[in-house]
Design a protein around this ligand. Sequence first.
Ligand code: UDP
Length: 240
Amino acid sequence: MPETTPFRRVLVKLSGEALAAPDGYWLHPPTLAGIAEDIARTREAGIQLALVVGGGNMIRGARISSAGWIDRATGDSLGMMATVMNSLALETALNAAGVPARTMSAVSMPTICETFARQPALHHLDKGQVIVLAGGTGNPFFTTDTAAVLRAAELRCEAVLKATQVDGVYSADPKTDPSATRYDCLTHDEAIARDLKVMDTAAFALARESRLSIVVGSVHAPSSIRAILTGEAPATRVVP
Ligand code: UDP
């Protein structure tokens, strides 16, 4: 049966940890190559892709500043720069897999990559290029989950795919509660009423207000991004 997808343009949010080595080392070339291959296959399914990459494999501002030697805003600047490093590594892996990709950073670094602006980003997507959106929102006190929802709304994406360690949103933590069940589909309001953590609060509020669907699935299986978006792999859809 041919693969079908309801999606024309999707924003994929990958945590920094998704790029790390199994032993925790901050970048793992075989893992990057696997993600790039998955993105190439997803593109072949006719889906335009914008990617937002986190930086948690290197630095999280809240964690580093909690030790007291650096303030939160500076810690967050380090975190945003970590996302740029991850994005450039992913761009490299994508190009090696034959995918035309370019990094656009919310934090202006003109000698390193293009600065994010909405119209050029839309132009790249329309031309079939994959854009890797670095630097989060460009502001401290936010996360790359919020950046993902913000850019998805700006770039008229039909959904945000949050690629995580588990294959969806569960009624309880499946690692500790064997009776936990996975939701196939629920609304934003149901997720709030059931106190389910889909994304951080700011990101989720923006998704709800923008009536943007969130798809939560596992990044672990091979070709998981393509499989989730074509409906072959399990996932939870959180819809308006
Ligand atoms: N960050 C920020 N503003 C943003 C996005 C990210 O200051 O808009 C910083 C923040 O310190 C955050 C770090 O970058 O902890 C890495 O991003 P995130 O924690 O979202 O990465 P992930 O957990 O997805 O790997």
